[in-house]
Structures are given as structure tokens and as C-alpha cells.
Design a protein around this ligand. Structure first.
Ligand code: MEV
Length: 438
């Protein structure tokens, strides 16, 4: 039975692994060896990764691949993607190829503003709070100048600062809502530093405000943090073509377009479908977000909350048929950065940004929105025609063969066999067994 440990963060990496091995692994030597086999021989690179986080013991690999042939606003891109799911990059690549000779993807940015809030309690009348706020607002802004000056030089900074009365939602609850432009930075540190300064000053000013003191009203800060809900930081991506160009071997262009639009309608009508539909979108979005060193949890939270902005969780993509033209688009909040954070630090991230032609943050937003749209197109295309499993299991076959410890020769034979036979785990196992006993 493992016991609580203290001072763990101060142990060396070897000591941490030793502790882990002796407390958690059935075979301590084997467990330690597995961890250590992921260490990088390049000591400098390994140290860099170790220092990203606390208590690092090894590296956790994800496959990194490229989806080429993305024509975006008439420029050809290859999208770097970090993802473990077998069929995602294949699907993205198919989608890119499909739209390549149909005008490609058209994208634009609707806004780049982010926000953060100082959340606080106030137990007096709200009109008095408003009078107080109006009298200190300039001071609160002035107090952030030490950190906003360099951001302002880059064209960013604080856009607005307002008092929001939420006491009808929760008694005595108010917030200062601050809107920011952070240019090419995701801006989390900048935003949070500004908010904490504003909160400190707000607290100080309130403590000295005569009308609060004389009436025994108190203002107390609860917390200050950026919001990952970013409905003003939104990119769109669109594809469109005459419906006749959508015909496949098994289905006419019109039938395809109608079924496709119906699939989106279903995602808007059913939350069960909407969540999976949007999960498919996020397969593309997360993979590029991760490859470019951005925070995919923030993006996930922002996208899903945006999908529910009407009060009902719906599809994040949209489709229509108008005058014989099929259009399919995404409008998605993406608070991304191309400077700061891991972008200058992680060698692969730097390289991936180079693959993407060193985009500004708004440009990256458009590329990521495209990845989401392309991924969703591929998923819906499969779902309304062949079904998802055929392609998915074909890609997954290699994983099954690796699980069965197939040799190279066995893999080649299996891949040929399953090019005309449906892949299942049992079928693959039977095939390998009979191949071994032939
Ligand atoms: C699987 O990772 C994603 C899909 O389920 C998405 C969808 O159903 O639209 C195929």
C-alpha cells in the first residue's frame, strides 16, 4: 500500500521513478525501464521538457503528422497535427483534397477580443457601487499601466472596463468585466496580471471610500481570472460548391447535399448527436492547437460553451443549399497565440509555426477553424455514405496488428487480406493465428 510522500518535487528524476516503481509497479525494473526509454538522449532538449512542468519523470509521445493540400484563401498549406486517433489525419487530408479543386476554404476573423473578470461581493446598494466605480475607473486603468504599456506598443491593451451587476443571479455578486486585445499572444498572463492589479486597487479604493465606511458597506474580492468564454474572438471557415460536384459512387450530389444538411439539422435538434458531431470537429481543431503549442483545454471549453450560447447545445458547424450551391461553414471561438507560451520554447512548435508560414494569431485562428471544418466534413461524408467504421477500422488495423505483435511479414499479409475484407479485432486475430499456423 503506497503511503503519502512529502518533498517529492525536490527529489531527482531518478528518485521519483524509484519511488514510483517501488510503490506502484508490479515489476519495478520493467516499469522504470519503460519510463526511461522515453527519455531523450539530447540532454538539453530533455531538460527543456522536464522544466515545462513539476514532477516530470519522462516524456509522453503523441504521433505528429501532416495533412497536406489545404487550399485556404488561395494559399496552399500543410497542417501539422498531433493526435493519437488513427483516422483523423487521413480524414483531414481527404477533406483537403476534396475541396482543393473546388476553390478550397475561405476564412476570416470576426474579432480578436478576449475578456477577464474581477468577481467580487458588495453588500450595499448597487447605485452607490456604480457611483464609486465611476469615480475610480480611471484610477483602476491607470494602475495597470506598468504592464499594459508594452502591449499597447504592439497595438493591444485594455479595450474596456465595466461594472456588471449580477446580484439578481447571486446575492451581492458583481464583476468588473475587462475586455482585452492581446495581438499575437494568447495573453493569459497579461490578462491575469492586469486583473489582479485591478482587483488590488479596487479593494484598496473601496476600503477608503467614505460612503462605504460610514454605512458599513463592504466590498470583498472573491477571485480574478480571464474567461475562456471568448465569443468576441471568433474565426470562420467556409467551403461551397455546386451540388453536382458532391456526387460519390453511391449517391447523387443532390442526395448527398440533402443528407448532409439533414445531418447538421439532427445535430442541432439532438444533444446526443451534437456532442459527438462537435467532438469530431475538435479532432481537427485540437490536433493543430496542440501542434502549435496552444492550450487545447481552453479551446475545448470555449468552443463547447459557444456551441451552447443559444441556451441549447448545438452543432458548431452549419450547412445550407441555396440556388444549387452547397455551403458548409464553421464559426468558432479560438483564443490562440503565436508568440509567448511554448511557441518560442518548444522546438517542434517553432517548426510547426514555420510549416504554417509563421502566422499571426488571427491567421492561426483561421487555419485552425479550417482544420475543424475539414474534419467535420470528412466525418459527415463517411457517416451519410459508407459509415464510419470501414475507414476507421482500416486505419486502426495497424494498432490491432501491433497489439497482436505481428511481424512485418504478417502485417503486409494482413493489410492485403483486409483490403477487401471488413476489419474487426476478432477477424484480425483469426487471420494472424491462421497465418502463423499455415
Ligand atoms: C470520432 O472520433 C469522431 C466522429 O464520431 C465524429 C462524428 O460522429 O461526427 C466520427
Amino acid at each position: 500500500m503506497a503511503k503519502p510522500v512529502s518533498g517529492f518535487s525536490k527529489c531527482t528524476k531518478d528518485q521519483k521513478i524509484e519511488w514510483l516503481a517501488s510503490n506502484y509497479f508490479a515489476d519495478a525494473n520493467q516499469g522504470s525501464a519503460v519510463l526511461k526509454q522515453y527519455w531523450n538522449d539530447n540532454q538539453k532538449l530533455q531538460k527543456l521538457h522536464d522544466e515545462f512542468i513539476e514532477n516530470a519523470v519522462t516524456n509522453y509521445y503523441l504521433p505528429f503528422g501532416i495533412a497536406p493540400n489545404f487550399l485556404i484563401n488561395d494559399i496552399l498549406y500543410a497542417l501539422p497535427m498531433a493526435i493519437e486517433e488513427s483516422s483523423v489525419i487521413a480524414a483531414a487530408s481527404n477533406s483537403a483534397k476534396f475541396w482543393l479543386d473546388k476553390g478550397g476554404f475561405k476564412t476570416h476573423v470576426k474579432g480578436t477580443i478576449k475578456s477577464g473578470q474581477v468577481h467580487f461581493n458588495f453588500n450595499g446598494p448597487s447605485d452607490l457601487l456604480r457611483t464609486f466605480f465611476d469615480s475610480v475607473k480611471a484610477l483602476l486603468l491607470e494602475g495597470t499601466q506598468a504592464i499594459t504599456t508594452s502591449m499597447e506598443r504592439r497595438g493591444g491593451g485594455i479595450i474596456s472596463l465595466e461594472l456588471v451587476d449580477l446580484s439578481a443571479e447571486l446575492s451581492d455578486y458583481y464583476q468588473i468585466n475587462v475586455r482585452f486585445e492581446t495581438k499575437d499572444a494568447m495573453g493569459a498572463n497579461f490578462i491575469n496580471s492586469c486583473l489582479e492589479l485591478i482587483a488590488t486597487n479596487l479593494d484598496r479604493q473601496a476600503a477608503n471610500y467614505e460612503k462605504f465606511i460610514s454605512n458599513n458597506y463592504s466590498l470583498s474580492i472573491v477571485l480574478s481570472i480571464l474567461s475562456n468564454y471568448v465569443p468576441e474572438c471568433v474565426a470562420t471557415a467556409t467551403v461551397s460548391c455546386p451540388i453536382s460536384l458532391l456526387a460519390t459512387e453511391s449517391i447523387s450530389g443532390l442526395e448527398f447535399a440533402n443528407k448532409f444538411v439533414r445531418a447538421i439539422d439532427i445535430a442541432n435538434a439532438s444533444v446526443q448527436r451534437a456532442v459527438t458531431h462537435n467532438k469530431g470537429v475538435m479532432n481537427g481543431i485540437d490536433a493543430v492547437v496542440l501542434a502549435t503549442g496552444n492550450d487545447f483545454r481552453a479551446i475545448e471549453a470555449g468552443v463547447h460553451s459557444y456551441a451552447a450560447k443559444s441556451g441549447k447545445y448545438k452543432s458548431i458547424t452549419h450547412a445550407k443549399i441555396e440556388d444549387g450551391i452547397f455551403s458548409f461553414w464553421i464559426e468558432v471561438p479560438l483564443a490562440l497565440g503565436t508568440v509567448g507560451g511554448l511557441t518560442n520554447l518548444h522546438p517542434l512548435v517553432k517548426l510547426n509555426l514555420e510549416i504554417l508560414k509563421n502566422p499571426s494569431a488571427p491567421q492561426l485562428m483561421q487555419l485552425v477553424a479550417t482544420a475543424g471544418l475539414a474534419q467535420n466534413f470528412a466525418a459527415i461524408k463517411s457517416l451519410i455514405t459508407t459509415g464510419i467504421q470501414k475507414g476507421h477500422m482500416k486505419m486502426h488495423l495497424k494498432n490491432i496488428l501491433n497489439q497482436l505483435e505481428a511481424t512485418q511479414e504478417e502485417k503486409v499479409a494482413a493489410i492485403e487480406h483486409f483490403s477487401i475484407v471488413a476489419v474487426t479485432h476478432a477477424a484480425a486475430k483469426n487471420f494472424i493465428n491462421s497465418y502463423r499456423n499455415r
